[in-house]
Design a protein around this ligand. Structure first.
Ligand code: ADP
Ligand code: MG
Length: 333
């Protein structure tokens, strides 16, 4: 977009609202100059690495175009924050490149509110961006500090594989958030929470940061994403499928659809469904007890689901026998 409309839009919705974190916070002090000049000027904390990541969300690919803009903003920032969490980084700044079909206050007002609320909750500050006209698309780049990074290439053979919480909820939520499946208010709230308000797992990442050998956030499905740890670490994995935690919404939806082999379809959804943004991390044997103790002390819903192996590929055990998913959860829903 060009002309005065663009500048007013930026001032009205972004510059004035999404300010430098809580006054006095690290994020606030690190911003020398925020939105409004050619560049933002930032003070990286001395002696710390910066972690940075960018993700684009395209309308009708990554979210329904007609969804509530407040929720779209929440999801767009949260999926980016999740990458910082998965690296065990602490959020500082973000930029926003927004492509909009039209300059509509009706859309921008709730979008900016969703962005501001999410940013405040996670202590991250909007420091710049770009605004253009075109099909709706949202690109967010997040930057944070990182002292003890959790990379994908650090797993060792024999390390225990964990997930940070139940899987499959966002996949089960899809037919609800796209309006294909009529549900109760309570189920709609669960679906919204899973799909639009995924929780970046900062707390768990910080708590296991000293013990884990590798980690990532599960954006494309456990099997695919664990495959990235395997590849980067030059290893394979063996999972005990009974241990894989399945989100309650998956079973609710399968039951609603009259699914006959519920346990199998639920497991397939948990293994292959994306968008949950739980962490998958590996823990060497010598730190296993410390991780269980930390989990218990903080009430973390972490679960051990298998081991890394020298043999390549991912093998699944069900009732002690080798097993393969027939369907992916994504296709099922
Ligand atoms: P330039 O032409 O120098 O790139 P712009 O006109 O694109 O400048 O932007 C002016 C200022 O507003 C810059 O500081 C830029 O970072 C900021 N800005 C533009 N769009 C956004 C946005 N969607 N969110 C946050 N800041 C933005
Ligand atoms: Mg620009």
């Amino acid at each position: 977009m060009s002309g005065p409309g663009e500048f007013e839009l930026i001032r009205e919705y972004f510059a004035s609202r999404i300010q430098a974190g809580e006054p006095g916070s690290g994020a606030a002090r690190s911003v020398e100059l925020g939105i409004g000049d050619d560049c933002a000027l930032l003070n990286p904390p001395a002696g710390k690495m910066l972690a940075t990541s960018v993700d684009t969300l395209v309308a009708d690919v990554h979210f329904p175009a007609d969804a509530d803009p407040y929720k779209i903003a929440s999801r767009a920032l949260r999926v980016n924050l999740s990458d910082l969490a998965a690296m065990n980084a602490t959020p500082l700044w973000f930029t926003l490149a927004l492509t909009l079909p039209e300059n509509s206050a009706e859309w921008l007002e709730p979008f900016a509110r969703g962005l501001a609320d999410t940013a405040r909750q996670h202590g991250i500050t909007l420091v710049g961006g770009d605004t253009t006209k075109g099909p709706l698309s949202i690109t967010i780049q997040v930057t944070g500090t990182c002292e003890r990074p959790l990379r994908r290439d650090g797993a060792g053979a024999g390390d225990h594989i964990f997930v940070s919480g139940p899987l499959g909820a966002a996949t089960a939520a899809l037919p609800i958030v796209t309006g294909k499946e009529p549900v109760s208010n309570e189920q709609r709230q669960q679906a919204d929470a899973a799909y639009y308000f995924p929780e970046p797992q900062f707390e768990i990442a910080h708590l296991i940061g000293d013990y884990a050998s590798a980690a990532l956030d599960i954006s494309d499905g456990l099997l695919g994403d664990l495959g990235h740890i395997c590849e980067a670490s030059d290893l394979g994995a063996e999972l005990t499928t009974e241990q894989v935690p399945v989100a309650a919404l998956v079973e609710t939806m399968l039951r609603k659809q009259g699914e006959e082999d519920m346990p199998t379809r639920a497991l397939e959804t948990a293994l292959t469904g994306g968008d949950d943004y739980q962490l998958c991390f590996t823990v060497p044997e010598q730190h296993l007890q410390a991780v269980f103790d930390t989990g218990a002390a903080h009430g973390l819903p972490i679960t051990a689901i298998g081991r890394m192996t020298a043999e390549k590929g991912i093998r699944l055990l069900r009732s002690g026998s080798p097993w393969q998913p027939e369907h992916t959860g994504y296709r099922h829903f």
